[in-house]
Design a protein around this ligand. Sequence first.
Ligand code: PAF
Length: 286
Amino acid sequence: MTTTLVHTGADLRAAYATRPTATRAVVMTMGALHEGHASLIRDARARVGSEGLVVVTDFVNPTQFAQGEDFEAYPRTLDDDVRIADAAGADLVLAPSATEVYGDGGGFRPDSVTVDPGPLGDILEGASRPGHFRGVLTVVAKLLGITAPDVALFGEKDYQQLVLIRRMVADLSMTVDVIGVETVREDDGLAMSSRNRYLSPQERATAAVIPLALAAAAAAGIDGPEAAIAAGVAILQEDPAIELDYLVVTDPALGPAPTAGESRILVAALVGSTRLIDNRPARMGA
Ligand code: PAF
């Protein structure tokens, strides 16, 4: 094993000091690593080369979970994570405590300075999970500060998160390069996610309908966004085991759907008690 596990920013900086000129890439995770994360780490390695440093952060961020969400139950598998990160080519795994990231209390204090995601943080996932993107953007800003990377890679699976991180980096004049990496899927098309491990075998089979609905929506997009939505929703409503939250068409930056041209289709649904999200690019119009 060549990957080094560190728990503090000070230890990370000490590791950097041995390779001061190396280009640094960071892959931020909440642990529970799977093949989707491994592909981000491999991509990071390919971008910085053998001389570069690839850092994986492994931190279940309490401030992006609302009351009653799965913060306590979220899978914590650090030993496996380090093994997977190592096999995918990471040099360092940073697994900080909540106190290391947030100071005393391990979360937001009433007087904390935090990142306001703006109106894009209130739609879609933000509408169902109030405060979620304030927590995400604040921890991403903190982890960018701690890891000081040249490039940061995020999966397209969390598309709204990716768009908001790009917006934060642009609007707050941060200098890191943000790279979006295509979603890795299981053989039946289900997007890989740490939350898939909550699904029972029957729910897991049901969940495969979600990428099928996205595909049907994308195909119907030739007749415009309304047809796309109708086609996708129809597929999901056929299965009573799926509770649809939203299926929408937007432009690639999450603005209003174009009647013709590049767009994004995003879906969120509950399968049992597990909330799953997915998305894909599509073209509207002929
Ligand atoms: O996508 C995730 O795993 C998390 O939201 C992130 C970006 C690591 C912030 O906690």
